[in-house]
Design a protein around this ligand. Structure first.
Ligand code: AP5
Ligand code: MG
Length: 196
């Protein structure tokens, strides 16, 4: 198993680059945002709770989010060669929970890819996506809130993973393919890198 965290602000390209990583390395993708949006679309009780946070650009409480993640890991693990965690962890307690959860399963996070993009470009990308996405959080007020939450609560994870020697900063502006080639170069240099 090779487990990767794809990390970055809202709109930094986590979903875009995850698609390419899946195709290239055959890893299994878990996007917590997508899991929550599927619950909202299905009209479940969890979806109703999630919507009340997502539409305001706030984070879902850690306890709930950790349970959702653990359930996804266990559901997908039998057929996975490794995971791409997209949008999780987003807080230090989530990172600690992920570490513990993987340890209990004889696993670990091998590498963290941090996509770094200026706020101005993030806002531009998300407003543009909002014209077609139908996402309740792709509007200026919510985007500003998501960025605030990212800077206050999520960005400290860069130091957390840097201290673990796992954080790799990748400039996230420019062509999607060029960004991907920097990501795959970083992954390929890892001693436990998955085969292509
Ligand atoms: P989530 O779904 O994770 O959203 P996000 O982090 O806000 O990020 P996005 O999905 O908006 O952006 P992305 O980085 O995937 O970029 P993308 O590739 O789409 O979370 C949504 C909400 O769910 C959270 O706010 C929270 O409420 C809740 N939630 C989720 N996980 C949680 C957790 N762990 N704990 C608590 N709450 C949680 O790209 C963006 C746009 O830019 C696209 O249109 C794309 O085409 C374009 N683009 C991509 N790359 C480039 C490029 N190189 N150049 C130009 N345009 C590009
Ligand atoms: Mg995404």
């Amino acid at each position: 198993m090779f487990n990767l965290v794809i990390f970055g602000a809202p709109g930094s390209g986590k979903g875009t680059q995850s698609e390419k990583l899946i195709a290239h390395y055959g890893l299994t993708h878990i996007s917590t945002g997508e899991v929550l949006r599927a619950q909202i679309a299905a009209g479940t009780e969890l979806g109703r709770v999630a919507d009340s946070y997502i539409s305001k650009g706030q984070l879902i409480p850690d306890d709930l989010m950790v349970d959702i993640l653990a359930a996804e890991v266990d559901r997908l693990r039998p057929q996975a060669n490794g995971f791409i965690f997209d949008g999780f962890p987003r807080t230090i307690p989530q990172a600690e929970a992920l570490k513990k959860m993987l340890e209990q399963r004889g696993e670990e996070v091998h590498s963290v890819i941090g996509l770094e993009v200026e706020d101005e470009e993030l806002i531009e990308r998300l407003l543009k996506r909002g014209q077609v996405s139908g996402r309740a959080d792709d509007n200026l007020d919510t985007i500003n809130n998501r960025l605030k939450v990212y800077h206050s609560t999520t960005s400290p994870l860069r130091d957390y993973y840097q201290q673990e020697g796992k954080y790799h900063a990748i400039p996230g502006s420019g062509h999607v393919d060029e960004i991907f080639s920097k990501i795959s170069g970083t992954i390929d240099s890892h001693p436990q890198a998955p085969k292509k």
